[in-house]
Design a protein around this ligand. Structure first.
Ligand code: SF4
Length: 210
């Protein structure tokens, strides 16, 4: 299957239609990288799912930035009324796991092989915790970013879903103007929007460009 040619937004549309028809509201374990990316995704998915947001991002550097994004994420969830309940969980700050997977790939630009391993680290932890918590689905907010490869994210999500035995929710949140809407919502709620992806390598890349 060539994951780059699949319209994952359409796949998600079909699924949410079938849930509505069946009158079901499943439990979703949603990995989130930060409040701005989660803003549109929560506005959209909370119409169909009871959600637990999972902040697991050991890639983020420095620790002060990790803490800032974490607290922004918690505040955002607390301050909004959603149709179905949205709760929050933070994972461990497993920095050493991220540096281990990055070894030899430090020099690559954002969007390359290091990033695919970074997606996988976060999706695996999310799948594992989703199984423990008896969730119906897991997925991630990451596909909302124009810098993230939705085909790759979905293929990793599906592989991990098979490994752990939990359903992956297909998604490409940048479709339907999702990215644009996340910028609007960030402004509306005064959310902190960082200007680099997260790891120390992406921070260095951003500094080179400025
Ligand atoms: S650039 Fe972003 S996705 Fe890529 S490794 Fe760094 S934090 Fe992860």
């Amino acid at each position: 299957m060539n994951h780059q040619n699949v319209n994952y937004q359409k796949e998600l549309d079909k699924l949410t239609e079938s849930l509505e028809e069946a009158g079901r509201v499943p439990r979703l374990f949603l990995h989130s990288c930060c409040a701005p990316c989660s803003s549109y995704v929560l506005e959209y998915l909370s119409e169909f799912f009871e959600i637990t947001v999972f902040y697991y991002n050991p890639n983020i550097f420095p620790e002060s930035e990790y803490a800032k994004r974490l607290s922004e994420q918690q505040d955002f969830i607390t301050n909004i009324n959603f149709k179905y309940p949205v709760s929050f969980r933070a994972g461990n700050y497993d920095k050493e796991k991220f540096y281990e997977l990055s070894r030899g790939l430090e020099h690559l630009k954002e969007g390359g092989a290091r990033c695919f391993k970074c997606y996988e680290l976060r999706l695996k932890e999310s799948a594992k915790e989703a199984v423990k918590g008896g969730f119906d689905y897991f997925t991630t907010t990451l596909s909302i970013s124009p810098m993230k490869n939705a085909g790759k994210l979905n293929s990793i999500g599906m592989k991990v879903a098979d490994q752990y035995g939990v359903k992956y929710l297909p998604s490409d949140f940048k479709k339907k103007n999702g990215y644009k809407r996340s910028i609007e919502l960030s402004k509306e709620h005064g959310l902190y929007r960082q200007d680099y992806c997260g790891c120390k390598f992406s921070l260095a890349e951003r500094k080179e460009l400025h």
